[in-house]
Design a protein around this ligand. Structure first.
Ligand SMILES: CC(C)(COP(=O)(O)OP(=O)(O)OC[C@H]1O[C@@H](n2cnc3c(N)ncnc32)[C@H](O)[C@@H]1OP(=O)(O)O)[C@@H](O)C(=O)NCCC(=O)NCCS
Length: 397
Protein backbone atom coordinates (compact mmCIF):
# COMPACT_ATOMS: atom_id res chain seq x y z
CA UNK A 1 0.00 0.00 0.00
CA UNK A 2 1.62 3.29 -1.04
CA UNK A 3 1.52 6.63 0.65
CA UNK A 4 -1.25 7.99 -1.59
CA UNK A 5 -3.40 4.81 -1.55
CA UNK A 6 -3.67 4.33 2.22
CA UNK A 7 -7.27 4.26 3.40
CA UNK A 8 -7.23 5.73 6.84
CA UNK A 9 -8.88 8.45 8.89
CA UNK A 10 -6.75 11.33 10.12
CA UNK A 11 -8.45 13.60 12.65
CA UNK A 12 -7.64 15.98 15.50
CA UNK A 13 -6.86 14.45 18.88
CA UNK A 14 -9.95 15.02 21.02
CA UNK A 15 -8.31 15.00 24.48
CA UNK A 16 -10.98 12.61 25.83
CA UNK A 17 -9.94 9.69 27.99
CA UNK A 18 -10.31 7.06 25.21
CA UNK A 19 -7.96 8.97 22.87
CA UNK A 20 -5.62 9.76 25.75
CA UNK A 21 -5.21 6.14 26.77
CA UNK A 22 -4.75 4.93 23.20
CA UNK A 23 -2.12 7.57 22.41
CA UNK A 24 -0.20 6.76 25.61
CA UNK A 25 -0.32 3.09 24.71
CA UNK A 26 1.00 3.81 21.21
CA UNK A 27 3.79 5.96 22.64
CA UNK A 28 4.88 3.09 24.89
CA UNK A 29 5.04 0.73 21.92
CA UNK A 30 7.14 3.13 19.83
CA UNK A 31 10.17 3.97 21.96
CA UNK A 32 12.50 6.11 19.90
CA UNK A 33 16.24 5.71 20.17
CA UNK A 34 19.06 3.33 19.39
CA UNK A 35 18.96 0.17 21.49
CA UNK A 36 22.72 -0.15 21.80
CA UNK A 37 23.22 2.78 24.15
CA UNK A 38 21.71 4.37 27.24
CA UNK A 39 18.79 6.55 26.29
CA UNK A 40 16.36 8.81 28.13
CA UNK A 41 12.70 8.45 27.20
CA UNK A 42 9.86 10.86 27.83
CA UNK A 43 6.95 9.92 30.05
CA UNK A 44 3.96 12.21 29.50
CA UNK A 45 2.22 10.98 32.68
CA UNK A 46 -1.25 10.71 31.15
CA UNK A 47 -1.21 13.96 29.14
CA UNK A 48 0.01 13.16 25.58
CA UNK A 49 -0.34 16.77 24.47
CA UNK A 50 1.86 18.19 27.25
CA UNK A 51 4.89 18.76 24.97
CA UNK A 52 3.06 21.30 22.80
CA UNK A 53 0.54 22.74 25.26
CA UNK A 54 2.79 25.70 26.15
CA UNK A 55 3.30 26.85 22.54
CA UNK A 56 1.32 29.79 21.09
CA UNK A 57 -0.53 27.58 18.57
CA UNK A 58 -0.55 23.79 18.48
CA UNK A 59 -2.27 20.71 17.08
CA UNK A 60 -2.19 16.97 17.53
CA UNK A 61 -3.49 14.57 14.88
CA UNK A 62 -4.26 10.88 15.18
CA UNK A 63 -4.52 8.22 12.45
CA UNK A 64 -7.09 5.45 12.64
CA UNK A 65 -7.50 2.26 10.64
CA UNK A 66 -10.56 0.10 11.35
CA UNK A 67 -11.20 2.04 14.54
CA UNK A 68 -7.71 1.33 15.84
CA UNK A 69 -5.46 4.25 16.70
CA UNK A 70 -2.33 3.52 14.66
CA UNK A 71 -0.48 6.83 14.39
CA UNK A 72 0.00 10.21 16.00
CA UNK A 73 1.78 13.49 15.26
CA UNK A 74 2.05 16.88 16.97
CA UNK A 75 2.86 20.35 15.70
CA UNK A 76 3.32 23.88 17.04
CA UNK A 77 3.65 27.29 15.39
CA UNK A 78 5.53 30.44 16.39
CA UNK A 79 7.51 33.37 14.96
CA UNK A 80 11.31 33.20 15.18
CA UNK A 81 14.46 34.79 13.78
CA UNK A 82 15.54 32.89 10.71
CA UNK A 83 16.97 35.30 8.17
CA UNK A 84 19.36 38.15 8.66
CA UNK A 85 17.89 41.67 8.91
CA UNK A 86 15.96 43.39 7.32
CA UNK A 87 13.67 40.36 6.76
CA UNK A 88 14.56 38.63 9.95
CA UNK A 89 11.31 36.97 10.97
CA UNK A 90 9.66 33.80 9.80
CA UNK A 91 6.72 31.75 10.95
CA UNK A 92 7.89 28.22 11.68
CA UNK A 93 5.97 25.01 12.30
CA UNK A 94 7.63 22.39 14.49
CA UNK A 95 6.83 18.74 13.73
CA UNK A 96 7.25 16.39 16.68
CA UNK A 97 6.03 13.18 18.30
CA UNK A 98 5.46 11.24 15.06
CA UNK A 99 4.67 7.62 15.92
CA UNK A 100 3.18 4.78 13.88
CA UNK A 101 2.22 1.42 15.46
CA UNK A 102 4.90 -1.19 14.58
CA UNK A 103 2.49 -3.51 12.70
CA UNK A 104 1.19 -0.60 10.54
CA UNK A 105 4.56 0.74 9.38
CA UNK A 106 5.65 1.08 5.75
CA UNK A 107 2.06 1.68 4.61
CA UNK A 108 2.45 5.42 4.14
CA UNK A 109 0.75 6.39 7.43
CA UNK A 110 3.73 8.37 8.76
CA UNK A 111 3.96 10.19 5.44
CA UNK A 112 0.22 11.03 5.45
CA UNK A 113 0.34 12.35 9.02
CA UNK A 114 3.22 14.73 8.21
CA UNK A 115 1.48 15.96 5.02
CA UNK A 116 -1.75 16.62 6.92
CA UNK A 117 0.14 18.58 9.58
CA UNK A 118 1.89 20.58 6.84
CA UNK A 119 -1.55 21.49 5.46
CA UNK A 120 -2.45 22.91 8.88
CA UNK A 121 0.84 24.85 8.88
CA UNK A 122 0.03 26.31 5.43
CA UNK A 123 -3.47 27.35 6.48
CA UNK A 124 -1.72 29.23 9.29
CA UNK A 125 0.71 30.98 6.93
CA UNK A 126 3.81 29.09 8.06
CA UNK A 127 7.00 29.74 6.05
CA UNK A 128 9.04 26.74 7.16
CA UNK A 129 8.32 23.35 8.74
CA UNK A 130 11.13 21.81 10.79
CA UNK A 131 11.75 18.73 12.87
CA UNK A 132 14.47 17.19 15.02
CA UNK A 133 15.53 13.57 15.13
CA UNK A 134 18.33 11.32 16.28
CA UNK A 135 20.87 11.28 13.44
CA UNK A 136 20.85 7.48 13.36
CA UNK A 137 17.05 7.10 13.28
CA UNK A 138 17.08 5.75 9.72
CA UNK A 139 13.29 5.48 9.33
CA UNK A 140 12.73 9.07 10.41
CA UNK A 141 15.63 10.54 8.38
CA UNK A 142 14.56 8.69 5.21
CA UNK A 143 10.91 9.60 5.68
CA UNK A 144 11.55 13.33 6.09
CA UNK A 145 14.50 13.77 3.70
CA UNK A 146 13.92 11.22 0.91
CA UNK A 147 10.15 11.16 0.90
CA UNK A 148 8.97 14.56 2.12
CA UNK A 149 11.67 16.92 0.80
CA UNK A 150 13.16 18.15 4.09
CA UNK A 151 16.83 19.24 4.11
CA UNK A 152 19.52 18.79 6.77
CA UNK A 153 19.65 22.10 8.57
CA UNK A 154 21.57 22.10 11.86
CA UNK A 155 23.06 19.46 14.15
CA UNK A 156 22.82 20.82 17.72
CA UNK A 157 24.03 18.92 20.78
CA UNK A 158 21.78 17.92 23.68
CA UNK A 159 23.85 18.04 26.88
CA UNK A 160 22.64 16.15 29.94
CA UNK A 161 24.19 16.43 33.41
CA UNK A 162 23.08 14.31 36.39
CA UNK A 163 22.16 16.17 39.60
CA UNK A 164 24.03 15.02 42.70
CA UNK A 165 21.55 15.54 45.51
CA UNK A 166 24.19 15.00 48.17
CA UNK A 167 26.60 17.60 46.79
CA UNK A 168 26.48 21.40 46.65
CA UNK A 169 29.11 23.28 44.63
CA UNK A 170 31.07 26.10 46.26
CA UNK A 171 30.87 28.99 43.79
CA UNK A 172 34.07 30.99 43.03
CA UNK A 173 34.43 33.88 45.49
CA UNK A 174 35.31 36.42 42.74
CA UNK A 175 32.09 35.76 40.81
CA UNK A 176 28.72 37.34 41.58
CA UNK A 177 25.49 35.67 40.51
CA UNK A 178 22.30 37.73 40.44
CA UNK A 179 18.73 36.94 39.49
CA UNK A 180 17.30 39.28 36.84
CA UNK A 181 13.82 40.74 36.80
CA UNK A 182 11.78 39.55 33.82
CA UNK A 183 11.82 42.95 32.07
CA UNK A 184 15.63 43.20 32.40
CA UNK A 185 16.05 39.62 31.13
CA UNK A 186 13.77 40.41 28.18
CA UNK A 187 15.76 43.56 27.39
CA UNK A 188 19.08 41.69 27.47
CA UNK A 189 17.76 38.81 25.34
CA UNK A 190 16.31 41.19 22.74
CA UNK A 191 19.48 43.29 22.68
CA UNK A 192 22.03 40.47 22.55
CA UNK A 193 20.26 37.38 21.21
CA UNK A 194 17.58 38.64 18.80
CA UNK A 195 19.68 37.71 15.76
CA UNK A 196 20.28 34.19 17.08
CA UNK A 197 18.70 31.53 14.88
CA UNK A 198 15.25 30.43 16.09
CA UNK A 199 15.09 33.20 18.71
CA UNK A 200 11.37 33.29 19.65
CA UNK A 201 9.80 36.69 19.09
CA UNK A 202 7.49 36.12 22.02
CA UNK A 203 10.46 35.76 24.41
CA UNK A 204 8.50 37.83 26.95
CA UNK A 205 5.85 35.08 27.10
CA UNK A 206 8.55 32.44 27.58
CA UNK A 207 10.19 34.38 30.42
CA UNK A 208 6.87 35.15 32.13
CA UNK A 209 5.62 31.57 31.87
CA UNK A 210 4.99 29.80 35.16
CA UNK A 211 7.44 27.04 34.18
CA UNK A 212 10.27 29.55 33.72
CA UNK A 213 12.05 29.52 37.09
CA UNK A 214 14.08 32.65 36.36
CA UNK A 215 17.07 34.20 34.59
CA UNK A 216 20.47 34.58 36.23
CA UNK A 217 23.53 36.57 35.27
CA UNK A 218 27.15 35.97 36.38
CA UNK A 219 29.95 38.54 36.36
CA UNK A 220 33.31 39.23 38.03
CA UNK A 221 32.91 41.27 41.23
CA UNK A 222 35.75 43.67 40.34
CA UNK A 223 34.76 44.14 36.66
CA UNK A 224 34.15 47.59 35.11
CA UNK A 225 30.51 48.41 34.44
CA UNK A 226 28.67 50.78 32.12
CA UNK A 227 25.11 52.08 32.39
CA UNK A 228 22.46 51.34 29.77
CA UNK A 229 18.98 52.81 29.60
CA UNK A 230 16.01 50.79 28.42
CA UNK A 231 12.25 51.08 28.20
CA UNK A 232 9.59 48.44 28.84
CA UNK A 233 5.84 48.99 28.78
CA UNK A 234 6.36 52.75 28.56
CA UNK A 235 8.47 53.05 31.70
CA UNK A 236 12.17 53.95 31.55
CA UNK A 237 14.83 52.06 33.54
CA UNK A 238 18.59 51.90 33.73
CA UNK A 239 20.87 48.92 34.33
CA UNK A 240 24.61 48.54 34.73
CA UNK A 241 26.27 45.99 32.46
CA UNK A 242 29.72 44.60 33.30
CA UNK A 243 32.34 44.17 30.57
CA UNK A 244 32.20 40.38 30.84
CA UNK A 245 29.06 38.52 31.78
CA UNK A 246 27.04 35.40 31.11
CA UNK A 247 23.36 34.67 31.50
CA UNK A 248 20.94 31.78 31.29
CA UNK A 249 17.34 30.95 32.14
CA UNK A 250 15.88 27.80 33.67
CA UNK A 251 12.65 26.02 32.71
CA UNK A 252 11.09 23.43 34.98
CA UNK A 253 10.44 20.78 32.31
CA UNK A 254 9.67 18.18 34.98
CA UNK A 255 6.30 19.91 35.49
CA UNK A 256 5.47 19.12 31.84
CA UNK A 257 6.69 15.55 31.48
CA UNK A 258 9.11 13.13 33.09
CA UNK A 259 12.15 11.30 31.80
CA UNK A 260 13.21 7.74 32.48
CA UNK A 261 16.08 5.55 31.44
CA UNK A 262 15.27 3.04 28.75
CA UNK A 263 16.94 -0.16 27.64
CA UNK A 264 19.95 0.34 29.93
CA UNK A 265 22.36 -2.53 29.38
CA UNK A 266 23.21 -4.64 32.44
CA UNK A 267 26.79 -3.32 32.45
CA UNK A 268 25.36 0.18 32.82
CA UNK A 269 23.14 -0.80 35.77
CA UNK A 270 26.10 -2.39 37.55
CA UNK A 271 28.22 0.67 36.80
CA UNK A 272 25.51 2.93 38.18
CA UNK A 273 25.30 1.14 41.50
CA UNK A 274 29.05 0.80 42.01
CA UNK A 275 29.86 4.34 40.86
CA UNK A 276 27.31 5.80 43.30
CA UNK A 277 29.07 4.06 46.18
CA UNK A 278 32.56 5.06 44.96
CA UNK A 279 31.48 8.63 44.34
CA UNK A 280 30.16 8.94 47.90
CA UNK A 281 33.36 7.58 49.39
CA UNK A 282 35.82 9.32 47.03
CA UNK A 283 34.07 12.45 45.68
CA UNK A 284 37.45 13.77 44.47
CA UNK A 285 37.46 11.09 41.74
CA UNK A 286 34.50 12.97 40.19
CA UNK A 287 33.05 9.76 38.75
CA UNK A 288 29.92 10.41 36.72
CA UNK A 289 27.26 8.52 38.68
CA UNK A 290 23.73 8.01 37.38
CA UNK A 291 21.17 8.65 40.11
CA UNK A 292 18.18 6.33 40.26
CA UNK A 293 16.90 6.84 36.71
CA UNK A 294 14.63 3.84 36.40
CA UNK A 295 11.53 5.58 37.75
CA UNK A 296 10.18 8.68 35.90
CA UNK A 297 11.92 11.83 37.13
CA UNK A 298 11.83 15.57 36.51
CA UNK A 299 14.50 17.79 34.97
CA UNK A 300 15.49 21.41 34.47
CA UNK A 301 16.15 22.78 30.99
CA UNK A 302 18.67 25.63 30.73
CA UNK A 303 17.85 27.94 27.83
CA UNK A 304 19.11 31.25 26.43
CA UNK A 305 22.70 30.62 27.51
CA UNK A 306 24.63 33.68 26.37
CA UNK A 307 27.92 35.37 27.15
CA UNK A 308 29.66 38.65 26.33
CA UNK A 309 33.26 39.75 26.89
CA UNK A 310 36.35 37.79 27.87
CA UNK A 311 36.98 35.05 30.43
CA UNK A 312 33.34 34.02 30.22
CA UNK A 313 33.96 30.25 30.40
CA UNK A 314 34.29 30.48 34.19
CA UNK A 315 31.12 32.57 34.38
CA UNK A 316 29.11 30.01 32.40
CA UNK A 317 30.49 27.19 34.57
CA UNK A 318 29.58 29.11 37.74
CA UNK A 319 26.03 29.61 36.45
CA UNK A 320 25.74 25.88 35.68
CA UNK A 321 26.94 25.06 39.20
CA UNK A 322 24.40 27.51 40.60
CA UNK A 323 21.63 25.78 38.64
CA UNK A 324 22.94 22.41 39.83
CA UNK A 325 22.66 23.53 43.47
CA UNK A 326 19.14 24.78 42.80
CA UNK A 327 18.22 21.44 41.18
CA UNK A 328 19.81 19.49 44.06
CA UNK A 329 17.36 21.20 46.40
CA UNK A 330 14.40 20.03 44.28
CA UNK A 331 13.67 16.39 45.18
CA UNK A 332 12.31 15.29 41.79
CA UNK A 333 14.91 16.97 39.53
CA UNK A 334 17.55 14.42 38.55
CA UNK A 335 19.18 15.89 35.46
CA UNK A 336 19.88 19.30 33.92
CA UNK A 337 19.50 19.44 30.16
CA UNK A 338 20.47 22.04 27.62
CA UNK A 339 20.70 22.16 23.83
CA UNK A 340 23.20 24.31 21.94
CA UNK A 341 24.39 24.74 18.35
CA UNK A 342 26.69 21.93 17.18
CA UNK A 343 29.58 24.33 16.58
CA UNK A 344 29.02 26.38 19.74
CA UNK A 345 32.15 26.47 21.95
CA UNK A 346 29.79 26.67 24.97
CA UNK A 347 29.83 22.87 24.85
CA UNK A 348 33.26 23.00 26.56
CA UNK A 349 31.92 25.07 29.44
CA UNK A 350 28.62 23.34 30.18
CA UNK A 351 29.11 20.29 32.41
CA UNK A 352 27.51 17.20 30.89
CA UNK A 353 27.80 13.48 30.91
CA UNK A 354 28.56 12.04 27.47
CA UNK A 355 26.80 8.72 28.06
CA UNK A 356 23.44 10.50 28.51
CA UNK A 357 23.97 13.33 26.03
CA UNK A 358 23.19 13.35 22.32
CA UNK A 359 26.06 15.00 20.41
CA UNK A 360 24.15 15.18 17.12
CA UNK A 361 20.44 16.00 17.22
CA UNK A 362 19.61 16.42 13.52
CA UNK A 363 17.29 19.32 12.63
CA UNK A 364 15.67 19.20 9.17
CA UNK A 365 13.74 22.00 7.50
CA UNK A 366 11.40 22.50 4.53
CA UNK A 367 10.12 25.68 2.89
CA UNK A 368 6.33 25.65 2.62
CA UNK A 369 6.06 28.85 0.53
CA UNK A 370 7.65 29.65 -2.83
CA UNK A 371 9.35 32.81 -1.48
CA UNK A 372 10.89 30.86 1.40
CA UNK A 373 12.60 28.38 -0.93
CA UNK A 374 15.41 30.74 -2.05
CA UNK A 375 16.13 31.83 1.52
CA UNK A 376 16.21 28.19 2.56
CA UNK A 377 19.02 27.57 0.09
CA UNK A 378 21.07 30.30 1.82
CA UNK A 379 20.21 28.99 5.27
CA UNK A 380 21.23 25.41 4.61
CA UNK A 381 24.41 26.35 2.77
CA UNK A 382 25.88 28.54 5.53
CA UNK A 383 29.29 27.05 6.40
CA UNK A 384 29.44 25.72 10.00
CA UNK A 385 32.09 28.27 11.08
CA UNK A 386 29.93 31.29 10.19
CA UNK A 387 26.62 29.95 11.53
CA UNK A 388 24.95 32.09 14.15
CA UNK A 389 24.20 30.55 17.56
CA UNK A 390 20.97 28.64 17.99
CA UNK A 391 18.19 29.39 20.49
CA UNK A 392 16.37 26.27 21.64
CA UNK A 393 12.91 27.15 22.91
CA UNK A 394 12.15 25.41 26.24
CA UNK A 395 8.51 25.00 25.14
CA UNK A 396 9.65 22.58 22.44
CA UNK A 397 11.82 20.30 24.50
C1 LIG B 1 9.38 6.81 11.59
C2 LIG B 1 7.96 6.24 11.47
C3 LIG B 1 6.99 7.26 12.02
C4 LIG B 1 7.65 5.98 9.98
O1 LIG B 1 6.28 5.65 9.86
P1 LIG B 1 5.73 4.81 8.63
O2 LIG B 1 4.25 4.91 8.63
O3 LIG B 1 6.32 3.46 8.62
O4 LIG B 1 6.33 5.63 7.41
P2 LIG B 1 5.85 5.55 5.89
O5 LIG B 1 5.25 4.23 5.61
O6 LIG B 1 5.04 6.74 5.57
O7 LIG B 1 7.27 5.63 5.19
C5 LIG B 1 7.55 6.56 4.19
C6 LIG B 1 8.99 6.42 3.77
O8 LIG B 1 9.87 6.62 4.89
C7 LIG B 1 11.02 5.76 4.73
N1 LIG B 1 11.01 4.76 5.81
C8 LIG B 1 10.05 4.54 6.72
N2 LIG B 1 10.43 3.58 7.57
C9 LIG B 1 11.66 3.18 7.19
C10 LIG B 1 12.57 2.24 7.70
N3 LIG B 1 12.28 1.48 8.78
N4 LIG B 1 13.76 2.11 7.09
C11 LIG B 1 14.08 2.86 6.03
N5 LIG B 1 13.24 3.79 5.49
C12 LIG B 1 12.04 3.94 6.08
C13 LIG B 1 10.87 5.10 3.39
O9 LIG B 1 11.45 5.96 2.44
C14 LIG B 1 9.37 5.06 3.23
O10 LIG B 1 8.95 4.95 1.91
P3 LIG B 1 8.79 3.50 1.23
O11 LIG B 1 8.01 2.66 2.19
O12 LIG B 1 8.05 3.80 -0.03
O13 LIG B 1 10.19 2.99 1.02
C15 LIG B 1 7.85 4.90 12.25
O14 LIG B 1 8.89 4.05 11.83
C16 LIG B 1 7.89 5.06 13.74
O15 LIG B 1 6.87 5.29 14.40
N6 LIG B 1 9.09 4.91 14.33
C17 LIG B 1 9.28 5.03 15.78
C18 LIG B 1 9.12 6.47 16.22
C19 LIG B 1 10.06 7.42 15.50
O16 LIG B 1 11.22 7.13 15.28
N7 LIG B 1 9.51 8.58 15.14
C20 LIG B 1 10.23 9.63 14.45
C21 LIG B 1 10.78 10.55 15.45
S1 LIG B 1 11.09 12.10 14.72
Amino acid sequence: MGCEEEILIIRSYDGQSADRGRVEDLERRCEVGPSERVFLFTDTMGDPICRIRNSPLYKMLVAEVDNQLVGVIQGSIKVVTVHQAPKDRAKVGYVLGLRVAPSFRRRGIGCSLVRRLEEWFMINDVDYAYMATEKDNEASVKLFINKLGYTNFRVPAILVNPVKHYRSYQLPSNIQIARLKVDVAEFLYRKFMASTEFFPHDIDHVLKHKLSLGTWVAYYKDDDVSSTKFETNGSKSEITIPKSWAMLSVWNSGEVFKLRLGKAPLSCLIYTESSKVIDKIFPCLKLPSIPDFYEPFGFYFMYGVHREGTGTGKLVRALCQYVHNMAAAARDCKVIVTEIGGEDSLREEIPHWKLLSCPEDLWCIKALKKEARNSLHELTKTPPTTRPALFVDPREV
